[in-house]
Design a protein around this ligand. Structure first.
Ligand code: PXP
Length: 255
């Protein structure tokens, strides 16, 4: 993507599957949500197949790959099981994330330093299969340096701490966290690594972070699926796309 163009929007449909799984059975269908999201302007679809299958199931990944016409971003832990499923599914991209059974969502970025060799092996294996690998990392220069050493062409900066600080009105911490994101995005560009961002983003935070010129993709799920309850998914995605475009075009956030 050329600098100045609008960041791509990847829509994460995990929580449609969360609602489906609350009752078992087949509905609401995350693949139908993906198709609706694409019709509403999503540039890609993201789904996280967790080890415990708490939302997305193996068959969802298979159907997403077969039934959607935009890039599929397969979020996964770098385990042998998940690498094997990814090699079989052949998504456009894999985003490697840390995973703990007890967490409610992905807490923190990958341990790219302690897990260096393991992540390097998984990255090489997926890359050999033509899958673009991104590493979900904390916004820290040493994490960017480790990602470069691992050989990842893409990083996704974890925006969760920044979004949390804003949610709880911790202005100084929010300012500090945003600075970290800005510095990490610049460091990624300097290292020749494509920079994405995601976690906890809403209309306002998506708009603000889109002002960072190095960010080429945002992955957003929970807020959009929640907003869809009130406005419908298509309207939520249209408003999100407008917020991202406004942020990239230098328009101030609404709050
Ligand atoms: N990016 C990554 C790597 C994630 O793990 C998640 C959560 O599944 C997201 C983006 C989306 O986060 P949220 O659902 O909070 O928008």
């Amino acid at each position: 993507m050329t600098e100045g163009s609008v960041p791509r929007l990847g829509v994460n449909i995990d929580h449609v599957a969360t609602i489906r799984n609350a009752r078992g059975g087949f509905g609401p269908d995350p693949v139908r949500a993906a198709q609706l999201a694409i019709a509403a302007g999503a540039d890609g679809i993201t789904a996280h197949l967790r080890e415990d299958r708490r939302h997305i199931r193996d068959d969802d990944m298979r159907r997403l790959k077969a039934e959607i016409g935009v890039p599929l971003n397969f979020e996964m832990a770098a385990t042998d099981e998940m690498v094997a499923i990814a090699l079989q599914t052949r998504p456009h991209a894999c985003c490697l994330v840390p995973e703990k059974r007890s967490e409610r969502t992905t807490e923190g970025g990958l341990d790219v330093i302690g897990g260096h060799d393991h992540l390097q092996r998984a990255t090489a294996e997926l890359t050999r299969a033509g899958i673009r690998v991104s590493l979900f990392i904390e916004p820290a220069p040493r994490a960017i340096e480790a990602a470069r050493s691992i050989g990842a062409p893409v990083v996704e900066l974890h925006t969760g701490s920044w979004c949390d600080a804003l949610t709880y009105g911790e202005t100084a911490r929010a300012h500090h966290e945003f600075e970290r994101l800005a510095i990490a995005a610049a460091a990624a560009e300097a290292a020749g690594i494509e920079c994405h961002a995601g976690h906890g983003l809403d209309f306002d935070t998506a708009r603000i972070i889109s002002a960072l010129p190095q960010i080429v993709e945002l992955n957003i799920g929970h807020f959009l699926i929640g907003e869809a309850i009130f406005t419908g998914l298509a309207a939520a995605i249209a408003t999100m796309r407008a917020a991202i475009a406004a942020g990239r075009n230098g328009e101030a956030a609404s709050s």
